[in-house]
Write a protein that binds this ligand. Structure first.
Ligand SMILES: [Zn+2]
Length: 444
């Protein structure tokens, strides 16, 4: 399997696209007959017959909100709607794909033995792609599993995926909700060779002064890794920082190129489109909505599934891998700031630029209305009215609009149910678009 992926990575774009469309035709035909969510919505597609590009672009897009509505009893749905019946031979061993839905409802979907196997394959492939030294210790700070915060879990290997193929060094895991200072102490005791966590958690550890002299690499997942943050981590720890784009309901979607900061779509598993507002595919340099079709999941096929992220399409990568390459994943719909004049941006916050020396240990901005932003702060002393005014003016400059700013002082800003932490959240976008959460998927 790994060999096949490696072979496919040397083929042409047209070769990959042809195989994807053939596989998609089989899946769509099946979904049209056997999955209530799609029944009768995808007529006229026959297995073995290629689907023309213009036909493909006219196929309906499935938003995350539509998937929720179909599957969640709270919304009048039923999980049977998103499950194939009957399941094809060899795909009967299903398991729920749990998404966390940190600010809203989770999504219900099911995976199969095959999708679980592919997850493991991509996990190993990603390690090989980045030439990790399997003899070292891997430490992971993540939200999944049953462990209480502060409890260290130890195993003889890096996890089931790698263990099935090779001998590895030990693996240690701790819950990402463990207080940062305890995480730091634990990591400094463990001295891992590789460290895996959410960008926001690594940022907190960096600010806490974490030093790991034996560290050889960092792997991020689950949240947006901005180019600035990636560089900050490199400067702080002097190791490569590699990111993975994945979600629980889709699986792996893109892996960082070993030679560049761009992401290669895992085209053997997903057919990814990046679409402009007019529904046409983005050209290199353009940014648009990420829409994915899972090619091997016959329990809950996700067909033209709009996951809620925006990405920028890259020029073909100089490394030669075919298929779609993303220059960056720009942001999530619900992390997008909207201004009353109709602009939308993904804000990024350089702390020094707006804090005016106020000792801020945590912050979060919530756009509650089109013209209003709530600033949540954890501070060691109450700022003066004058300081609040200065912060307000700086934020209005940063946001590019004279928003009404309100301050809310808190003891701590907790991570979401999914273990994530977001500096900017929009209630405005959530009201109009799918609540999206790129779910932390466990790279076990
Ligand atoms: Zn590349």
């Amino acid at each position: 399997m790994l060999y096949q992926i490696d072979q496919a990575s040397r083929m042409s774009h047209a070769w990959v696209r042809d195989r994807q469309i053939r596989q998609a035709a089989i899946l769509l035909n099946f979904a049209n007959k056997s999955v209530p969510l799609y029944r009768g919505r995808l007529p006229g597609i026959h297995p073995g017959q290629p689907i023309a590009d213009d036909r493909w672009l006219r196929l309906p897009v499935l938003t995350r909100a539509m998937l929720q509505k179909a599957s969640r009893p709270e919304l009048g749905g039923n999980e049977q709607n998103v499950l194939a019946n009957p399941l094809p031979k060899g795909h009967e061993q299903i398991s729920p794909l749990k998404t966390s839905g940190s600010t809203g409802l989770p999504v219900t979907a099911f995976g199969t033995q095959l999708t679980r196997f592919l997850w493991q394959v991509w996990t190993v492939y990603e390690h090989l792609l980045h030439q990790r030294d399997f003899s070292l210790k891997l430490a992971a700070l993540r939200p999944e599993g049953e462990q209480a915060p502060g409890v260290s879990e130890r195993s003889e290997n890096w996890g089931s995926s790698t263990a099935m193929l090779m001998k590895t060094g030990p693996g240690v895991v701790m819950n990402v909700r463990t207080p940062v200072i305890d995480q730091k102490r634990w990591l400094e005791q463990e001295q891992p060779g590789y460290l895996l966590s959410f960008p926001s958690n690594l940022e907190a550890l960096m600010h806490a002064g974490l030093k790991l002299p034996r560290l050889k690499g960092i792997r991020t997942y689950g949240e947006l890794l901005t180019p600035a943050l990636r560089q900050t981590f490199r400067d702080a720890w002097q190791v490569p920082v590699t990111d993975v784009y994945s979600s629980q309901e889709v699986g792996y979607m893109a892996l960082q190129c070993p030679h560049h900061d761009g992401y290669h779509v895992t085209s053997e598993s997903v057919l990814m489109e990046v679409l402009r507002d007019d529904g046409q595919p983005c050209q290199p340099g353009e940014m648009g909505r990420v829409v994915v079709t899972t090619l091997q999941n016959f329990a809950t096929p996700l067909i033209r599934y709009e996951i809620g992220d925006y990405a920028e399409v890259a020029e073909p990568c100089p490394c030669g891998r075919p298929g779609l390459t993303l220059k960056r994943i720009v942001g999530r719909v619900r992390n997008m700031l909207s201004t009353p004049d109709g602009n939308q941006i993904w804000p990024s916050f350089i702390l020094r630029a707006w804090t005016h020396g106020l000792p801020i240990s945590q912050f979060q901005f919530v756009q509650t209305h089109l013209d209003r932003i709530e600033v949540r702060l954890v501070v060691s002393r109450q700022p003066s009215a004058e300081e609040e005014q200065r912060i307000t003016r700086s934020l209005q400059d940063l946001f590019g609009w004279p928003f009404t700013i309100s301050f809310n002082y808190m003891d701590s800003i907790p991570r979401s149910q999914g273990g994530k932490y977001e500096e900017f959240m929009s209630m405005v976008n959530q009201a109009t678009t799918a609540d999206h959460q790129t779910t932390a998927a466990t790279p076990a």
